[in-house]
Design a protein around this ligand. Sequence first.
Ligand SMILES: *Cc1c(COP(=O)(O)O)cnc(C)c1O
Length: 494
Amino acid sequence: MTLVYQSTRDANNTTTASRAILQGLATDGGLFTPISYPQVELDFAKLKDASYQEVAKLILSAFLDDFTDQELDDCIAHAYDNKFDTPNIAPLIKLDGQYNLELFHGSTIAFKDMALSILPHLLTTAAKKHGLENKIVILTATSGDTGKAAMAGFADVPGTEIIVFYPKDGVSKVQELQMTTQTGDNTHVVAIEGNFDDAQTNVKQMFNNAVLRKKLAEHKLQFSSANSMNIGRLVPQIVYYVYAYAQLVKTDQIRAGEAVNFSVPTGNFGNILAAYYAKRIGLPVGKLICASNENNVLTDFFKTHIYDKKRCFKVTSSPSMDILVSSNLERLIFHLLGNNAEKTAELMTNLKKYGQYELTNFDSEMLALFAAEYATEVETAAEIKRVYETSNYIEDPHTAVASAVYQKYRTKTGDDTKTVVVSTASPYKFPVVAVEAVTGQTGLSDFEALAQLHNLTGVSIPAAVDGIETAEVRHKMIVAADQMQAAVEKDLGL
Ligand SMILES: *Cc1c(COP(=O)(O)O)cnc(C)c1O
């Protein structure tokens, strides 16, 4: 039987995996979400020796079950190849008192590559499967990393165009250059005067704009999303949780069946939700630790069950987590309410209307799987230094948030279950913060810091940032947040 993906806001809006990937976001504004879980045999005696690609095949064929074996094999082979700088794809590193799962070995040195290297292939495969003739337009709001990773995945993929919006002052210099120097005739990058939430809200509005959709169709175009709202982003992220667990078994750190905690630096709630799905198919997960930076709306939510976005937006050293509206939380809310679309839609309406909602009558056992804490800017920098001193290893600021929060959690609860800190970016992506935290030096440029980081770690400068300072800037458009649709129409010649 084919797995059903249902909109979180309408019980009658159901579809299959490949169609959900094509559509991106449901037209009712909801997110396509599995309403039951596939049977997956997680036999770690076997999985401990499986390659990343083999684990990917196991998970993808279970969740994306209307793709053929051949289609998935092709997608996996195109995605997890030598774009990654290590054959392990996602190495697990043992540090003092924790394990760091490095998800930053792809082309943009951040974890978005894990899913965005496969999404273009899933999307074009799904289009072919369904005889779609329209060109697919990927519309993406990014807080820094998604945009670049999506463009790296989609650049010059036939039958696609990609338009990326980022907050002009909300990303690091390296992140900005990574985007504005992007090559590929089908790539478009637009800076907006506003923050990530402005960008994301306007992108969502464009998706739900029936007039705009009609106009696109007249030009043989249709939108899809590379944001983590797309189920084609979420499912490939389940893979590395299973893979990491298998590595722990393989290296005798745990017995098969022993629970493991994951501390996840969280923004849009996609990464940690994938861990939740891994748990649902039988991965022995203890706690899912939801780690936030000073934009701690999720910490408050898990503690009070009230989601309240009416607060100051802070620009922090972990910009990919500078988010006040965590889109993927809607999927967990839906599950917490017993897959109730009507109630979920009501809460999302409250969020839009009043800037908040309160979760009531939920599955408290499910919610108790999660622990939540946040790390301040000072705590994050201190954690980078602590880990360097104890393990001679430099974490990027996002990873350091998860690492600091894990330390807090452990101190507070005494829970000494083995814990994996999900490491979402290379320190080379945020070199100034990393070097400043370790050495106390201030006023370094990004490029001076890159060289310093190399001296401190001995790790060579990744190709993703090497030479970026002098690369040609190809994208220079800046618009007001309310002019995003006009920019799209211009880019597409509508
Ligand atoms: C996107 C991102 C996150 C947040 O992940 P979500 O799935 O949005 O919660 C954390 N760290 C880095 C480096 C990222 O790029």
